[in-house]
Design a protein around this ligand. Sequence first.
Ligand code: PEP
Ligand code: MG
Length: 586
Amino acid sequence: METVVCTGIGVSDGVRMAKARVYHQPAVRQAAAETIAPEQADTEQARLRVAAEKAGQVVEQLLQKSQSVLQEEQIGILKGQKSMLTDPAFVPEMQRRIQKQNLSAEAAVRAVTEQFAELFRKMPDPYMQERAADVQDAGSRLLRILSGEDCTALSEIQEESILLAQDLSASDTVQLDRRYVLAFAMEQGGATSHTSIFARSMGIPAVVGISGLLQQAHDGDWVIVDGAAGKCILRPDEKMIAEYRKKMQEEAQRRELLTTYAGKPAALANGRRMIAAANIGSDTDAAFALQQGAEASGLLRTEQLFLSRGTAPTEEEQFTIYRRAAEAFSKVSPGSVVIRTLDIGGDKAVPYLSIPKEQNPFLGYRAIRLCLEQKELFLTQLRAILRASAFGKVQVMFPMISGVGELLAAKAMLQEAKAQLHDRGEAYDQQISVGVMIEIPSAALTAPALAKEVDFFSIGTNDLVQYTLAVDRGNEKVASLYDYFHPAVLQLIHLTLQAAQTRRIPVGMCGNMAGDPLAVPLLAGMGLQELSMAAGSIPQVKYVLSCVTAQECHALAEAALRCDSPQEVRKKLRDFAHTHRIQLPQ
Ligand code: PEP
Ligand code: MG
């Protein structure tokens, strides 16, 4: 049969070749009857209760397994399901419908699942929209249990394969044995779908959003998945096989070279120390980050703890997570953990905060703006962060600061939280470092004023680029304009560094630019001291740093700051990498 080259969205890099395993999700058996006689209601309610208990147990078992073998995102997905199964409205609403509408247990599950999923789908935030999948997953688990079906088919894959499917649910992915499933290609999904999150967190190459894939693929076909190129090649010919074999060999060599850098300190070739730090979403990311060679955490995005749940986490819940993160990083040097206060609202909507829909959420009621108004929410978080500071090198950072007024107001709240803890007799680091994110152009432009008030800056290029260039960071249509090598962005970074140098405060970067190997010599040359990134990028960044001296980087930065366009900057950086024999990913 002929070769077919399918294209989709590459969501996790890497090239793999193996035989296809085509997976069709089992069709959930329809209930024999939609409705029941009123006298059967008790029996149906009991069936549903037993199924819900069983579903809860299965998720719990998967979670137990997950704690040791899976990443934070994966655990988050399972926790999402668990929270649906224990949600005070979800299963009870099904029970109510059985009683009031004489629905069978299956019909009640279907109706309520659809109703809840629709609610999530209608939310403005893409992240919350994707959570509709948690609801459906919890619902289909209930249905499968009600029909007496075993949901463990994927755990049977016991030879090296590439998994092709319409999409995978969270309960599908937790059954997979990573030794055998080498890559994914899916018909559905986007960058934040479960499969994509899972693939990235496990380092499995993946391409999603390939329409018509399953119609053209057959079990046992040879398949190549090229994650970076977003390609899935069905039945490749000899020439393609040879070409990709070479590519895989090069990739394997590169990976091997890089792993040796994980355990080395982040330093330039002349010995100048830098800090390679990890961006984390919770304490459970710490183990992987440390394994990749993280020397600190330059950003703990606390909002993940607030999403996918019905109420805000309590002070105690937050304290436990922050404390664990602080303790985990205290094993390394410098081992600091920058805990960023809640960056939520706007695009990252949270139902229980009842934030009204906005025309321009990125310019709206979010992050520090929201926290300064919702004082109890903010104080609770600040107390939790402060208490964790008694257990490690915790630093607190405020996001979305646009000027000194907001910073002073936030600092006043921090003082209030300290006073509350003092009254309660709780321990905390009285000298806790306070920093701000520089992610709005006005913050970079007023950096001299901000620098008088804080102990450190952290540059958030993800937002800084979108606000400087007026390019929505999530809109594919304008993605080609979104460029951190734009001279305007470089100038703002430069201004920030100058202001910090005058006050002798350190500057880190926690936006995606910090993990880009092409950008690393430039950032070191501009004067950044800490680069904080996705943990998987750390070995590569340490490798790049080790190839160049401070002097060379400085000269590069001076030249880059004189460029007129992002293209010119990029060319300078590529030439520099070439001259210094830095191997960049293809
Ligand atoms: C940033 O804006 O660069 C950043 C690190 O924050 P986030 O991506 O969470 O907005
Ligand atoms: Mg940001």
